[in-house]
Design a protein. Structure first.
Length: 235
């Protein structure tokens, strides 16, 4: 099974061909346009299901099921207060919970970005006890812990670790949070303004079956987006 996330910087319908060769079963795409914008193009690309959440039809959070062996539906406990952290039930040859993430500004700076994820993981505590993935653009890293939030990056990482959930990147490459050598975001698309903001967190059983993890490189992807695609492959 392969899971890929990529903040595509809008107009994913014109960029999807660049990620299709990866052969991912599930795509989590922040800054994706709504299904109405696709005008049937999704059917041409072999998309089995397209779930979208957002307030702006040009820029929301898209989840694409590319594998007919899976079925995905929004979990009935979904709370729209947390923007955007969407719990999904995935069933088929694998059964798990998938949290699709594109963390956003909230009503206050104190509760924005990682603060939204902090609130969400506390609200969805029971779902986190099931096999799960938490995938997408977190807009967060340990280097921003100094910004006063309701819960900072390290706090969230520690809470998830207590539930036996960890970042696939850090598990696979044996790196520490805040010390990443492979950036996923280039601020203003400048190579010297590099950060690691996009993640595939997973329950321990999935981490133990991970055979490959990859972050896209600057030269190949920067003309398409200021974020790099992130992909995990499991046995």
């Amino acid at each position: 099974m392969k899971i890929l996330t990529w903040n595509c910087s809008m107009r994913f319908r014109d960029k999807i061909d660049r990620v299709l060769p990866v052969g991912a079963d599930i795509l989590v795409i922040p800054e994706c346009e709504s299904p109405e914008k696709w005008k049937g193009k999704n059917e041409e690309k072999g998309i089995q299901q397209f779930i979208w959440e957002g307030d702006n039809p040009n820029k929301g959070l898209g989840v694409f099921n590319m594998n007919g062996d899976f079925q995905i539906r929004v979990h009935p406990s979904y709370n729209k207060l947390f923007r955007y952290i969407v719990p999904l039930e995935v069933s088929g040859k694998e059964n798990f919970i998938l949290f699709a993430v594109w963390s956003q500004l909230a009503n206050t700076k104190y509760e924005s970005y990682i603060g939204q994820i902090f609130h969400a993981i506390n609200f969805y505590e029971e779902l986190l006890q099931k096999p799960c993935f938490i995938v997408g653009d977190w807009n967060s890293n340990k280097v921003f812990d100094h910004i006063k939030r309701v819960g900072n990056h390290t706090t969230v990482v520690n809470l998830l670790q207590a539930a036996d959930i960890e970042s696939g990147y850090h598990f696979f490459f044996n790196e520490e949070h805040g010390m990443e050598t492979k950036p996923t975001h280039y601020f203003w698309r400048k190579q010297e303004r590099a950060f690691h903001l996009d993640y595939i967190f997973a329950s321990r059983a999935f981490l133990n079956s991970m055979k490959h993890f990859e972050v896209g490189n600057f030269e190949e992807w920067i003309k398409l987006s200021d974020h790099m695609p992130v992909m995990a492959e499991l046995v």
